[in-house]
Design a protein around this ligand. Structure first.
Ligand SMILES: Nc1ncnc2c1ncn2[C@@H]1O[C@H](COP(=O)(O)OP(=O)(O)OP(=O)(O)O)[C@@H](O)[C@H]1O
Ligand SMILES: [Mg+2]
Length: 247
């Protein structure tokens, strides 16, 4: 099982949207997928129409008796299961801090179910916290949605610096999120990112009103707009990621 995490220090950049659509694309290409919603907002949980619930809360989940298996739920897509979030995850950092090896805890939770899935896709909350460090230790790759603007370029730089100072680091697979090609600054910033950032993925996800409608449909866009350019972009993004992760 490969462990991928949609992650960014910045909020509102498309992490959850990416996790839910990539889960769908991975399933469509034959993988058994576990989506793990680690964000107390529970947006990924909402998008796949599952009740927000963590059995016993975040404390229990990361305790010695906690398990992911007890929290796995089915979704409308038979190849995608989810570990839903709930509001107790707002204490996840504190709960991890009470464990013996906080940065290894999420990897340890994933280990017993590794033969049941081909891909685990963790939807992370924004920020760079103890939870993030535990994600970094568990993940083979971080999928980093990056809106091509100056501040996003800066946070991507902060992330790569942090990871190079804290080895071993997962692979960083950044890509352009919510790209608006009408904006000159975005086109120019994207050109820098493609030239300067190692591993920056070639597929960009456009800023699209179809993608915004996910909140209304509560499903990945492939389910309600299968032929839209945005669906094709997620197909291509998944192909880019698979090409980097399974080589
Ligand atoms: N490509 C896109 N085009 C247009 N809107 C988008 C796109 N991607 C995401 N959005 C919208 O932007 C908002 C933020 O997206 P999302 O929740 O995926 O970001 P996030 O990084 O997970 O946010 P948070 O940091 O709060 O977890 C949502 O309203 C979503 O519908
Ligand atoms: Mg999110």
């Amino acid at each position: 099982m490969k462990v991928l995490a949609t992650y960014s220090i910045k909020g509102g950049v498309g992490k959850t949207t990416t996790a839910v659509n990539l889960a769908r694309q991975a399933a469509a290409s034959g993988s058994r997928v576990l989506l793990w919603d680690l964000d107390p907002q529970g947006a990924a949980t909402f998008f796949v129409r599952v009740k927000p619930s963590v059995k016993g809360g975040a404390d229990r989940l990361v305790s010695k008796t906690g398990s992911l298996a007890a929290n796995i739920r089915a979704t409308d897509d038979p190849a995608v299961h989810i570990v839903p979030a709930d509001f107790s995850l707002r204490h996840l950092d504190l709960a991890l801090d009470d464990t013996k090896h906080p940065t290894r805890r999420l990897a340890a939770l994933l280990a017993p179910i590794a033969d049941r899935y081909d891909v685990a896709l963790i939807d992370c909350p924004p920020g760079i916290t103890l939870t993030s460090e535990s994600v970094f230790a568990a993940a083979d790759a971080l999928i980093v949605p990056t809106i091509p603007t100056t501040l996003s370029e800066r946070t991507l730089d902060q992330l790569t610096t942090f990871l190079s100072d804290h080895p071993p680091a997962p692979m960083v697979l950044a890509f352009a999120s919510m790209l608006d090609r009408r904006k000159r600054l975005q086109r120019d910033t994207l050109a820098h990112l493609m030239a300067d950032i190692d591993g920056f993925l070639p597929t960009a996800i456009p800023n699209s009103s179809v993608i915004e409608q996910m909140g209304v449909h509560r499903s990945p866009i492939a389910d309600f707009a299968p032929r839209s350019p945005a669906t094709i972009a997620y197909q291509n993004l998944w192909a880019d990621i698979a090409g980097r992760v399974w080589t």
